[in-house]
Design a protein around this ligand. Structure first.
Ligand code: PAF
Length: 281
C-alpha cells in the first residue's frame, strides 16, 4: 500500500493512473477509522480499480470552540485498517500544504447549507465543500463515496459535484451501526462506559418515529413530540438541537411524512454532539 503525503506526488500518481485507464475511487475521511469507514472503502473497491482513502482533519470545517484540537487521531492504526480492508493508496496531506499562508478561496453551496447542521454550525459546510473540491482536484476520482449518517453533507456534496461539473459518480453508502443500533462515529469514543447507553436515545427516537409511520401517523409535529419524549426518557440530560423532517434530495422541510421523507436529529449528550437519521417512507 502506498502512503502519500505530498500534493505534487498524489497529483502525478493520479495523472498517471488516469492515463493508463485505471479507475479511481475516493473515500475522504478525517481518520480515526471505524467499521463504517471500512465498509465504505470495501464498497469503493467494488466500484473502481484503485481506492484512495484520504485522512485529513480539516480545520476549516470546525468553528472556534469545536473539537478540532481534541478530535481523535490514530494515523498508525488507520493505515493498518485501510491496508487490511484492501485499500491501495492513503493520502495524508499536511494542513499547511492544503491551506498555506494567504489561502483565501472557498466553495459554498448556498441554500442547502443554511438549515439543519448548517444552522447549528454556520461555517461548517463551507469548509467541507472546500476540502472535498480540493481533494477532487488533487485525486481526479471516477467515483466518490460518502456515508449516509451525514446525510446533509452527502446531499450538499452531491449538489457541489453536479454544479461544478465534476465527472464523478457519487455514491451514498448506508450507515453502519453498532450491534445495539448506535450509528458508528469517531466521536462515540468520547462517552464513558456509564454514559454510553444514553447514546441510544437517537436510534430509539428514530425507531419510534418509524413505528408511528408504520401505524399511519404521518403528522411530523406529533412524531416529533413522541421523539422528544423518547429521548428525555432515555437520557434526562439530553439537549435536543433539532429534530427535522425533510425531503431526502431537496432538503425541503415537510409537515407530513411522505415518500422520501428523512428524519434527522442532532442531540448533545454529556458534551458529545451526535447526529443520526432515518428515512421514514
Ligand atoms: O465526513 C467527514 O469525515 C468529513 O466531513 C469529510 C467529508 C472527510 C471532509 O473533511
Amino acid at each position: 500500500m502506498k502512503i502519500i503525503r505530498s500534493i505534487k506526488k498524489i497529483q502525478s500518481l493520479t495523472k498517471q493512473l488516469a492515463s493508463e485507464g485505471t479507475s479511481i475511487g475516493l473515500v475522504p475521511t478525517m481518520g480515526f477509522l471505524h467499521e463504517g469507514h471500512l465498509s465504505i472503502i470495501k464498497r469503493a473497491l467494488q466500484k473502481s480499480d484503485i481506492v484512495i482513502t484520504t485522512i485529513f482533519v480539516n480545520p476549516t470545517q470546525f468553528a472556534q470552540g469545536e473539537d478540532l484540537t481534541t478530535y481523535p487521531r490514530d494515523e498508525k492504526g488507520d493505515i493498518q485498517k485501510i491496508k487490511d480492508a484492501g485499500g491501495q493508496i492513503v493520502f495524508i496531506p499536511k494542513a499547511s500544504d492544503i491551506y498555506p499562508n494567504g489561502y483565501e478561496t472557498y466553495i459554498e453551496v448556498e441554500s442547502l447549507t443554511k438549515i439543519l447542521e448548517g444552522k447549528s454550525r454556520p461555517s461548517h459546510f463551507k469548509g467541507v465543500t472546500t476540502i472535498v473540491a480540493k481533494l477532487f482536484n488533487m485525486t481526479r476520482p471516477d467515483v466518490v463515496l460518502f456515508g449516509l449518517k451525514d446525510f446533509q453533507q452527502a446531499t450538499v456534496l452531491k449538489k457541489m459535484t453536479t454544479d461544478l461539473n465534476y465527472p464523478i459518480k457519487f455514491i451514498i453508502a448506508p450507515t453502519v451501526r453498532e450491534k445495539d443500533g448506535l450509528a458508528m462515529s469517531s466521536r462515540n469514543k468520547y462517552f464513558s462506559k456509564s454514559e454510553r447507553p444514553d447514546a441510544l436515545a437517537l436510534i430509539y427516537a428514530l425507531k419510534a418515529a418509524k413505528e408511528m409511520v408504520k401505524a399511519n401517523i404521518t403528522d411530523c409535529q406529533r412524531i416529533q413530540k413522541e421523539m422528544q419524549a423518547v429521548i428525555k426518557t432515555t437520557c434526562k440530560k439530553a439537549r435536543i438541537e433539532y429534530i427535522a423532517f425533510n425531503d431526502f434530495n431537496s432538503l425541503k422541510p415537510t409537515d407530513k411524512v411522505v415518500k422520501n421523507t428523512i428524519c434527522s436529529l442532532a442531540v448533545k449528550l454529556y458534551n458529545v454532539r451526535l447526529i443520526d437519521n432515518m428515512k421514514l417512507m
